[in-house]
Design a protein around this ligand. Structure first.
Ligand code: F6P
Length: 324
């Protein structure tokens, strides 16, 4: 192996740049050349590849987003697209790739490696959703949580001032990790996650109880992918059935994806970036590097994709005790 490429793919997450930096510097440490592929697999198909060295990735550790850009490539899902991608890798003398992304990124890598067995790909779990099996934390989750927490704290101030009910929708298309932790951290009166069925009657009872107990503000933190629907739909579902008349919705949206990564994410991303290159150096491929407790884990892509990451039972138990 002489040359390693790094790409970021799927939804960006804070800490991707710290990961790119660590990958490039670890490659150099092992006397390997490093290149960056812009816009994920799409950039690979379009031959958008740049040389990188340790100096060029200086100063990016604190930046959100990804300096390489990212994309969800439809072309890479086609045989023709992957053929072009392979030809470009060969043109540049690239033997190995570190792919920073989530489910979709690792699915693409798995298909590609089945077709082109001389290419080694390993991955780092980079998504704010924390929904990848085999790692306690994904890169970007901690930063997104802190962004959500700060925003909800601010919403609480105005909710208190007006005795209002707020539905705050956080990201998480299929997973409730952001909702669960940010909800616990902000003292939400109710937390709704896709993993636990939302029972309309129970939610109405909880909101009534919250009103009677405090006659003050009430915050429902919910994941965008909750089974009962989006925040605006939930408001219509409860309106008129609860004493709160003044109800507001805040959809936090993409602010959760941006911003300077937290200390935790910078260190996690750097550690996993180093581990990814070291795995390639040892001849490994088809794995995602994760962290369980303090240990680095190697999770086969197929396992990371197929298994669903369960919500931590202790957090679910905390939610039950601490909400209304
Ligand atoms: O996968 C991460 C995620 O942030 C989801 O929680 C969210 O549904 C999605 O990305 C939004 O993606 P896009 O930026 O393409 O709208």
């Amino acid at each position: 192996m002489k040359k390693i490429a790094v790409l970021t793919s799927g939804g960006d997450s804070p800490g991707m740049n710290a990961c790119i930096r660590a990958i490039v510097r670890t490659a150099q440490y092992h006397n390997l050349a490093a290149v960056g592929i812009r816009r994920g697999y799409q950039g690979l198909i379009e031959n958008d590849i740049i040389e990188l060295d340790a100096r060029m990735v200086g100063g990016i550790i604190s930046k959100g987003g990804t300096v390489l850009g990212t994309a969800r490539s439809k072309d890479f899902m086609t045989v023709d697209g992957r053929k072009k991608a392979y030809e470009n890798l060969k043109k540049h003398g690239i033997d190995a790739i570190v792919a920073c992304g989530g489910d979709g990124t690792f699915t693409g890598a798995t298909v590609f490696m089945k077709e082109y067995i001389d290419i080694a790909i390993v991955g780092t779990p980079s998504t704010i959703d924390n929904d990848l099996y085999g790692t306690d934390y994904t890169i970007g989750y901690d930063t997104a949580l802190n962004t959500a927490m700060e925003a909800i704290d601010k919403i609480r101030d105005t909710a208190d001032a007006h005795n209002r009910l707020f539905f705050v929708e956080v990201m998480g298309r299929d997973a409730g990790f952001i909702a669960l932790r940010s909800g616990i951290a902000t003292g939400a009166e109710a937390i709704l996650v896709p993993e636990i069925r939302t029972v309309k009657e129970e939610l109405i009872e909880d909101l009534k109880k919250s009103y009677e107990l405090k006659n003050g503000s009430c915050i429902v933190v919910m994941a965008e992918g909750d089974d009962a629907g989006h925040a605006y739909q939930l408001v219509e579902m409860v309106r008129g059935k609860i004493p709160y008349e003044d109800i507001r919705v805040v959809v936090l949206g993409h602010i959760q994806r941006g911003g300077s990564p937290s200390c935790f994410d910078r260190v996690l991303a750097s550690r996993l970036g180093i581990a990814a290159v070291e795995a390639l150096v040892k001849g490994k491929k088809g794995i995602m590097l994760g962290q369980n407790g303090l240990k680095i884990t190697e999770v086969p892509f197929e396992k990371a994709i197929k298994h669903h990451q369960e919500l931590s039972p202790y957090l679910v138990a905390m939610m039950e005790v601490l909400t209304v």
